[in-house]
Design a binder for this molecule. Structure first.
Ligand code: NAD
Ligand code: MG
Length: 384
C-alpha cells in the first residue's frame, strides 16, 4: 500500500513527462505497478542491486513485480558486491554475459536498485547492450536521488581514473522511495546533503533557508523516528526541489555544453581533492570543502562577501560536513598535484579551468581560467 504523505510527486526530464516519481513506501507496490503498466514491449526485467541492499529491499520489489508481471514476462535478479569497485569493466562484462546466457535480447529492461554505483553501471550496460535497451533507476542513497540518477550520465571507472568510460543514456523512469533512506548510514546522508546544499547555494535562497532551519525535521523524516507529516513533507520538498533543479538543467543542456557546468560549484576543487583523498573521504565531503574554497576564491576576486560564505559554512556544518581541511590532511596534499588534477578534469574545455563562483546565496558567476590565476587558486587551497 502506498502511504501518500505527501502524494507522489512527478517531474519531467528532457521534455518527457512522468519520468521522476517521488514518494514514500513506493517499493511495496507502486513502483512495480507503474513499471509494468508504463514500459512497453518488455519480456525480461532484470533487477540489479548490491549486497547491502539485497537483504533490505529486494524481496519487496521482487514480490511486487512478480505480482504485476503479465503472461510471458520473466524476472531475473543479479546482486553485485557493494562499493565503488563494482563500477568496473569486469562488472559490465559479467552482467552482459549473464544477459546473453539468459538469451536476453532487445525486449529487456534493466532495473537498477541502489546508489550511484549500481545506477551508473547498469545505465552503462543498458546503453550498449543490443545497441541500447531501456533501464529504470530506483536510487536508494540521498546522493543518487538528487544527483546521479538524474541526467543520464552513465560510467565505469578505470585504473586511470573515475568515470572515464561511459555514455549519456536516459533512464525511462526514476523512482525515489524516500522510506529507504531510513537504513542509509549517517555519513552517506551527509554525503547527499552536500549536493542538496550546493543546489540551494547556487540557485535557491528559499531552499537554503529551509535547510538552515529544518535539520531536525529532515533527519526525523529520514530516520522515521518520531517524525510527523510536516517532517515528511519537508524532506519530500527538499528532495523534489533539488531533483527538479537538476532535471531542468539537464533538460536545457543534456550533454554538458554549458549550463550543466553550473552544477559543478564546489567540484572543480572538490574533484581534485577527491582524486587524492578518496576512498578515505567521500565525494560530498570533498565537494563541501571545495564549495568553501571556491566561495573564498569568489571573495578574493570581488564577486562575493564573507557573509554568504559564513552562512554556507554554518549550513554544511549543520549536516556534519567538513568545511576546512585538517592540518594533517592538508599536509598530505601537494599543491602542484591538486593544480594538475584540476587542469586535466574532463569537464574542462582544453586546458581551460572553469570555476563556478558564488556571488550570494542563490546566485553564481562562472569564470574562465584566464580570469583566475594559479596563485589565486593556490591561496584558497591552503588550510585556514
Ligand atoms: P553507493 O552506490 O556506493 O552507495 C553508498 C553505500 O550505501 C553503498 O555501500 C551501498 O550499498 C549503501 N546503500 C545504498 N543505499 C542504501 C540504503 N537505502 N540503505 C543502506 N545502505 C545503502 O554510492 P553513492 O554515493 O550512491 O554513489 C556514488 C557513485 O555515484 C560514484 O561512483 C559516483 O561517480 C557516481 N555519481 C554519478 C553521477 C552521475 O551523474 N551519473 C553523479 C554523481 C555521482
Ligand atoms: Mg557531485
Amino acid at each position: 500500500m502506498v502511504v501518500e504523505v505527501p502524494k507522489v510527486e512527478i517531474i519531467s526530464v528532457l521534455n518527457q513527462s512522468d519520468v521522476i516519481h517521488i514518494g514514500y513506501n513506493l517499493i511495496q507496490d507502486y513502483i512495480a505497478q507503474n513499471i509494468v503498466s508504463s514500459i512497453n514491449n518488455v519480456s525480461n526485467y532484470i533487477v540489479i542491486t548490491d549486497s547491502n541492499l539485497a537483504p533490505l529491499y529486494l524481496e519487496n520489489l521482487i514480490s511486487s513485480l512478480k505480482h504485476h508481471l503479465v503472461h510471458g514476462q520473466r524476472l531475473l535478479v543479479r546482486t553485485l558486491a557493494c562499493g565503488e569497485k563494482s563500477k568496473c569493466r569486469q562488472a559490465k562484462t559479467d552482467i552482459e554475459d549473464y544477459l546473453l546466457s539468459e538469451s536476453c535480447t532487445r525486449d529487456t529492461c534493466l532495473v537498477a536498485l541502489g546508489g550511484g554505483v549500481v545506477g551508473d553501471l547498469v545505465g552503462y550496460v543498458a546503453s550498449t547492450f543490443m545497441r541500447g535497451i531501456p533501464y529504470i533507476q530506483i536510487p536508494t542513497t540521498l546522493l543518487s536521488m538528487v544527483d546521479s540518477s538524474i541526467g543520464g550520465k552513465t560510467a565505469i571507472d578505470t585504473p586511470h581514473g573515475k568515470n572515464l568510460i561511459g555514455t549519456f543514456w536516459q533512464p525511462k523512469r526514476i523512482y525515489m522511495d524516500l522510506s529507504v533512506l531510513q537504513t542509509l548510514p549517517r555519513r552517506e546522508i551527509s554525503n547527499g546533503m552536500a549536493e542538496i546544499i550546493k543546489t540551494a547555494a547556487i540557485s535557491n535562497k528559499h531552499l537554503f533557508d529551509e535547510l538552515s532551519r529544518g535539520k531536525e525535521s529532515i533527519y526525523a523524516a529520514i530516520s522515521t523516528t518520531n517524525c510527523t507529516d510536516p517532517d515528511r513533507q519537508l524532506l519530500a520538498k527538499v528532495i523534489c526541489t533539488t531533483a527538479k533543479f537538476k532535471a531542468n538543467v539537464v533538460t536545457l543542456d543534456e550533454r554538458e555544453g554549458g549550463l550543466r557546468g553550473l552544477l559543478n560549484f564546489g567540484h572543480s576543487i572538490g574533484h581534485a581533492l577527491e582524486a587524492i583523498l578518496s576512498p578515505l573521504w567521500l565525494h560530498g565531503e570533498c565537494v563541501s570543502i571545495g564549495m568553501i574554497m571556491e566561495a573564498r576564491l569568489a571573495c578574493t576576486l570581488g564577486h562575493c562577501t564573507i557573509e554568504p560564505i559564513d552562512k554556507l559554512i554554518d549550513c554544511l556544518k549543520l549536516y556534519d560536513l567538513p568545511t576546512v581541511l585538517d592540518i594533517e590532511t592538508s599536509n598530505k596534499l601537494e599543491l602542484d598535484q591538486v593544480m594538475n588534477i584540476m587542469k586535466t578534469d574532463k569537464k574542462n574545455k582544453g586546458a581551460q579551468k572553469r570555476i563556478v563562483l558564488l556571488s550570494e546565496i542563490g546566485n553564481t558567476v562562472e569564470k574562465k581560467a584566464s580570469d583566475v590565476s594559479n596563485h589565486e587558486i593556490e591561496n584558497v587551497l591552503k588550510p585556514y
